[in-house]
Design a binder for this molecule. Structure first.
Ligand code: AMP
Length: 312
């Protein structure tokens, strides 16, 4: 089943303890779609500027990602500059330039309209909502956001949260959104804003799913879900954590879209595939590692994740 994703397609300048990279291809929708493309077909909605050329387009093409919904506008693409010098789990933002995204009016190509899955990757919540409204027939909607939007765009963000089946954000964003430092209480606070399921990403420590009263993957006996924690892979070296969260989301949602049924067991596996894809993203700068990845490597790492947590 196809996923349509809206979010940033960007150029990133990144500094980590392993080095620095200027203006590499990035953006939430970019990482998400490359990651999800290993599981299902992906269609992107975004806008890019004149600096987005054949080399960038080729990255999407190589993974068979549908880019008919990427508009080419006059001006510069979204640009983000960040570093991870003190904490590899949390980016420090030095610059965010919306550029062509500032006046973006998303248009959904007709060929995208039968998508059953919609992912609202990190971007202005006003744009996320516009896309959501133009895709009324989707079966499952998940989304992401970040501190930038939580701080200064809260009313628009709250409108988006009301309609989400799954929200995927990190610990700090969860605490910030709920205004509560205890993770469990904060998760409850976020679920009260609308999402039916909340997946909290803990960087190198894995991710936890919290469930509201109406999970999209109900248990067969109708009983309540307990939270579920999936691991992250301890890595020898984290070269660049940029995009790990979006790659997690791509693995998670891509796997869900590849399955006929949405059961609690499938949801748990999706959490593991999320961790698998997030771990690969960290191994090289930008999208480099994801571009070279094979399905065999993904399956081998999934086995490693199982062994990491298996008891008997
Ligand atoms: P992640 O490390 O998974 O949280 O996402 C990193 C990506 O998010 C980078 O490639 C950036 O281009 C993109 N990004 C950074 N800030 C924003 C923002 N305010 N809105 C949308 N995308 C952003």
């Amino acid at each position: 089943m196809a996923i349509t994703v809206v979010g940033s397609v960007a150029f990133d300048s990144i500094e980590t303890p392993a080095g620095r990279k200027e203006r590499c291809l990035g953006g939430a929708a970019t990482y998400f779609s490359i990651s999800a493309s290993f599981f299902t077909s992906v269609r992107v909605i975004a806008v890019v500027g004149e600096d987005f050329g054949a080399a960038e387009e080729a990255v999407f093409d190589a993974r068979g990602i549908d880019t008919r919904g990427i508009e080419h506008a006059r001006g510069k693409s979204f640009f983000w500059q960040g570093s991870y010098l003190e904490n590899l789990n949390e980016a420090k933002t030095h610059a965010t330039e919306l550029n062509v995204f500032a006046d973006f009016e998303p248009k959904i190509p007709d060929s995208y309209r039968d998508s059953e899955f919609l992912f609202l990757a990190n971007i202005d919540p006003v744009l996320q909502r516009r896309v959501r409204e133009q895709m009324p027939g989707v079966k499952l909607v998940a989304g992401d956001t970040m501190n930038y939007w939580i701080k200064d765009h809260r009313p628009a963000l709250k409108e988006v949260l009301k309609g989400l089946d799954v929200l995927l954000i990190n610990d700090t964003e969860t605490r910030m959104l709920a205004g509560n430092n205890n993770l469990v209480q904060a998760a409850r606070g976020v679920l009260a804003l609308g999402p039916r399921t909340l997946v909290v990403k803990h960087g190198e420590y894995g991710a936890t799913a919290f469930f509201g009263d109406h999970s999209f993957a109900p248990k067969s006996d109708g009983s309540a879900h307990h939270p579920f924690r999936a691991p992250a892979l301890p890595l020898e070296e984290v070269v660049d954590p940029t995009g790990a969260g979006d790659s997690f989301a791509g693995g998670f949602f891509g796997y869900l879209a590849s399955r006929r049924e949405l059961t609690p067991a499938i949801l748990r596996r999706a959490m593991f595939y999320g961790g698998v894809m997030g771990s690969f993203a960290c191994e090289r700068f930008g999208t480099e590692r994801l571009q070279k990845l094979t399905r065999k490597e993904i399956d081998e790492r999934f086995t490693l994740f199982r062994e990491l947590t298996h008891l008997d």
